[in-house]
Design a protein around this ligand. Structure first.
Ligand SMILES: Nc1nc2c(ncn2[C@@H]2O[C@H](COP(=O)(O)OP(=O)(O)OP(=O)(O)O)[C@@H](O)[C@H]2O)c(=O)[nH]1
Ligand SMILES: [Mg+2]
Length: 256
């Protein structure tokens, strides 16, 4: 990377869906120096049924945050679908990197600068905040989710011949140049977008760096059907195997 860290244009993307209660807290917790240093913090509200969007607009006005923008999808595009909107936007805006920070307050905004470090040093195309590398059970991760995460991640490491501590955390920094190199628009609109884009990064030979992050499970509502999610992840891995063996062409994994 030719630019010095100070010149990098960084954006923070907050996906929200019915996150009216947690969004102000998430925004409050972004450290002031990060708030002033990033080009933009943008919320993509995924057609929430509650007033998440208005809460975001109210927060911007109350705090006078000029670099906070709130967008709303006309209809729910899925968690992966919202990420596609956000990454296209970050690329169009010419940002160097985009940080995804969930709007349900499960990830610590205080760690944004720490996650950005490998990217700023030019050592990573994507930085992945790993809960498993921290102390996930202490942070309240339910045991069945911990075991499911361990099982899926072990299978995924075996199939991909990789060595990540997990694949399922949603606290991530993407370099936009790297995003341009993978067809992320072909990934799922659902939760396993998170796995599929990691596979694309691996296939493209992009550098994924892990950093341990704290886990937090509070009383936020969960919309994820963990069984369905697990099966979707395994299905994506099966597609990867079929593609790699030349048995079936899978466009999203057809990466040269
Ligand atoms: N469920 C859901 N969340 C969305 C959607 N679009 C954006 N989000 C946001 O994306 C983030 C992740 O969604 P969650 O449902 O919390 O998924 P998760 O964190 O992987 O799973 P949990 O551990 O159950 O919370 C949250 O901040 C949501 O507000 C959507 O269509 N559905
Ligand atoms: Mg969540």
């Amino acid at each position: 990377m030719s630019e010095s860290p100070g010149q990098l244009k960084i954006a923070i993307f907050i996906p929200t869906y019915n996150a009216a209660h947690t969004l102000p807290l998430v925004l409050d917790r972004i450290p002031e120096d990060v708030k002033s240093r990033v080009e933009e913090i943008f919320i993509v509200d995924n057609a929430s049924a509650d007033n998440t969007y208005l809460i975001g607009v109210g927060y911007k006005n109350e705090k006078g945050m000029h670099n906070l923008n709130i967008y709303r999808n006309d209809k729910n595009l899925g968690y992966g679908g919202s990420q596609k909107v956000a990454y296209r936007y970050a690329i169009e805006r010419g940002y160097d990197a985009v940080v995804m920070l969930h709007g349900d307050a499960q990830y610590a905004p205080e760690k944004i600068a720490y996650l950005l470090e490998p990217f700023e040093k030019g050592e990573a195309d994507m930085v992945f905040g790993s809960r498993i590398a921290g102390l996930p059970l202490k942070g309240g991760m339910p045991l069945h989710r911990f075991l499911g995460n361990r099982f899926l991640s072990t299978v995924q490491n075996y199939i991909l011949d990789w060595n990540l501590s997990e694949y399922h955390s949603g606290f991530r920094v993407f370099g936009c140049e790297a995003l341009k190199k993978v067809p992320f628009h072909l990934c799922s609109d659902d939760y396993h977008f998170d796995t599929e884009i990691l596979v694309q990064f691996k296939l493209k030979g992009l550098r994924v760096v892990e950093r341990p992050i704290p886990t937090h499970y509070g009383n936020e509502r969960s919309y994820v059907n963990v069984w369905r999610y697990g099966l979707d992840v395994l299905y994506a891995m099966a597609e990867y195997v079929l593609h790699q063996r030349g048995i079936r062409k899978v466009d999203k994994f057809d990466i040269k």
